[in-house]
Design a binder for this molecule. Structure first.
Ligand code: GTP
Ligand code: MG
Length: 191
């Protein structure tokens, strides 16, 4: 898959001026959004990955195959960030979700090891209310023993009230689960 960094933005005037359809990747800080993007497109350092939460601070746009955009955004639920920073990032995200006309779907990442948090539930709820298609992806599945993986996905499905067929599992470190997610993203892009 061809991928290239287009631009970073903090506000509407900085969004790229294209009409390519967009898929945005959301999730708690440190859940693995940037790693997911890198593994999905098969690049090591397209999106910036960090060991401490709160690494991605801007909205980053990546053009894929010159035909659609993958969008990396800051994570939610990072308590250690200053209040003013949290407010600023919240406003930046809200503007994007409400006003980006070519936003076609959201990949909502949750940690495969844990039950979804209240922030995860709030995020999925707002997306449902906005009628934006949601693909749920459980990250870091390599950290869950093989015999416990189905159970973990069922827990996520029940908690988020999303059918099992719309829940995927990936490991960005082991590069597993991405082909299925790509098929689903393409389906959403074409719908
Ligand atoms: P913010 O930008 O801070 O919101 O974080 P993020 O959601 O973009 O997470 P990021 O991709 O930066 O990854 C956070 C940490 O989790 C890094 O140390 C990654 O190496 C690790 N990580 C990400 N995906 C996986 C995975 O599938 N398996 C394992 N074992 N570790 C992962
Ligand atoms: Mg990130």
């Amino acid at each position: 898959m061809k991928s290239e960094f287009v631009t970073s933005a903090t506000k509407k005037s900085e969004w790229p001026n294209t009409d390519l359809p967009e898929i945005v990747v959301v999730g708690r800080s440190n859940v693995g959004k940037s790693s997911f993007i890198n593994a999905l497109v098969g690049r090591k350092k397209l999106a910036y990955v960090g060991n401490t939460p709160g690494k991605t601070r801007l909205i980053n746009f990546f053009a894929i195959d010159d035909s659609w955009m993958l969008v990396d955004v800051p994570g939610y639920g990072y308590a250690k960030m200053s209040k003013s920073m949290l407010i600023k990032m919240g406003e930046m995200m809200e503007e994007y979700f409400y006003e980006r006309e070519q936003l076609k779907g959201v990949v909502s990442l949750v940690d495969a090891r844990h039950e979804p948090t209240n922030d995860d539930l709030d995020m999925v709820q707002s997306l449902k209310e906005a009628h934006i298609p949601i693909i749920v992806v459980a990250t870091k599945i390599d950290k869950v023993p093989k015999t416990k993986r189905i159970r973990a996905l069922k827990t996520i499905s029940q908690s988020l009230q999303i059918p099992m067929k719309n829940i995927y599992a990936v490991s960005s470190t082991e590069k597993i689960g991405f082909e299925e997610v790509i098929v689903k993203i393409k389906e959403v892009l074409e719908s």
